[in-house]
Design a protein around this ligand. Structure first.
Ligand code: AMP
Length: 341
């Protein structure tokens, strides 16, 4: 694996590959690599001829008082992981290589999508992300660039930025890799002590409870769809419909949340049945209740938003996002899931 520290080295190498007609995949990271990052490298390895990863703790995306200095760094270990996954080149610049003295040009996204979720507490974060990612796009000029769905807001913003700026590449989103108890892998999990690490499991417990409520509602929709088909001449007994409705609702974790959801669904006019949606409130309330019961957890937000625009929604439909940020002790953790109805 080539270790490149300068923009020039990267450009020279990528040009050689291009001359040979090879495609290039880019995996931007801040190092302290784990299986989540490694899965992005593996995806790039499968889809591209050459894989470039960057390891750069980007000062521009940290605000004063955030963990820039203490952010975990272990480049030798990172290289082992990257090489193990078949990465061809790692770009490991120092700060002045990316932000030389007098650096003054930033890429920012003015859309409201950057002001939602993490944007509310991290006002300049996405400007820093957009700046470094666009600079990496210009340095590497990849065919495809890989990002984790774990940072769903970041992924949505990068997709928008790439589209707005006509970057000639495909942004590829990759599924969240989790620990055995469901906690999303994150470099920041290293900050958690043993007690906090156990408590952090509550994020995924809340996610699974929310998903159960949604799965219950999805069951009701499939029954409604079956009933509609029956009206059109295909058999589906009312008995089966009733039985499946019961199952769907009791699968919803708390009876209250599930019944509220069911009531709201039933109240929806038939015309809306084609685009199913369920009220977000009982889902979010369940998550608040589960995480709120953990003494070490401080909820920053738990929100339901449109999967593309990231604007808040009060009804959940397919593709929407339920996202949360929770502080466990002093460590801020984020997670999310996409609604499937
Ligand atoms: P970071 O080093 O935290 O900036 O992350 C670099 C890339 O890895 C980003 O695209 C993240 O979304 C992605 N990533 C981080 N954690 C995970 C995870 N648990 N599963 C999948 N991708 C992840």
């Amino acid at each position: 694996m080539i270790i490149a520290e300068t923009i020039n080295e990267v450009r020279t190498q990528v040009k050689k590959w291009r001359k040979q007609g090879l495609t290039v995949g880019l995996v931007p990271t801040m190092g302290a690599l784990h299986e989540g990052h490694a899965s992005l490298v593996s995806a790039a390895r499968q889809q591209c001829d050459r894989v470039v990863a960057s390891v750069f703790v980007n000062p521009a995306q940290f605000a004063a008082g955030e963990d820039l200095e203490s952010y975990p760094r272990d480049f030798a270990r990172d290289c082992g992981i990257l090489e193990g996954r078949g990465c061809d080149m790692v770009f490991h610049p120092d700060v002045p290589e990316i932000y030389p003295a007098g650096f003054a040009t930033y890429v920012d996204i003015e859309s409201d999508m950057a002001k939602q979720l993490c944007g509310k507490s991290r006002g300049t974060h996405f400007k820093g992300v957009c700046t470094v990612v666009s600079k990496l796009f210009l340095i590497v000029a990849p065919d495809k660039a890989y990002f984790g769905e774990k940072d769903a807001q970041q992924l949505a913003i990068i997709r928008k930025m790439a589209q707005d700026m006509a970057f000639d590449l495909e942004v590829v989103g990759c599924p969240t890799v989790r620990e055995a108890d469901g906690l999303a892998k994150s470099s920041r999990n290293a900050y958690l002590n043993e007690t906090e690490r156990k408590a952090a499991g509550v994020l995924y417990q809340a996610i699974t409870a929310a998903q159960k409520i949604i799965a219950g509602a999805a069951g009701v929709f499939s029954v409604a769809a079956a009933a509609a088909t029956a009206v059109n001449g295909v058999a589906a007994s009312a008995e089966t419909v009733r039985a499946r409705e019961e199952t769907a609702v009791t699968a919803g974790g708390t009876e209250t949340a599930a019944s509220k959801t069911k009531a709201a669904i039933s109240a929806k006019p038939a015309a809306e049945a084609a685009a199913p949606s369920i009220p977000a409130e009982p889902v979010l309330n369940t998550m608040y209740r589960i995480i709120g019961a953990e003494p070490l957890a401080q909820i920053e937000y738990i929100e339901a938003v449109d999967g593309e625009t990231l604007m808040p929604v009060d009804h959940l439909k397919n593709g929407d996002l339920v996202a949360l940020a929770v502080q466990i002790g002093k460590t801020r953790l984020i997670d999310n899931f996409r609604v499937s109805l």
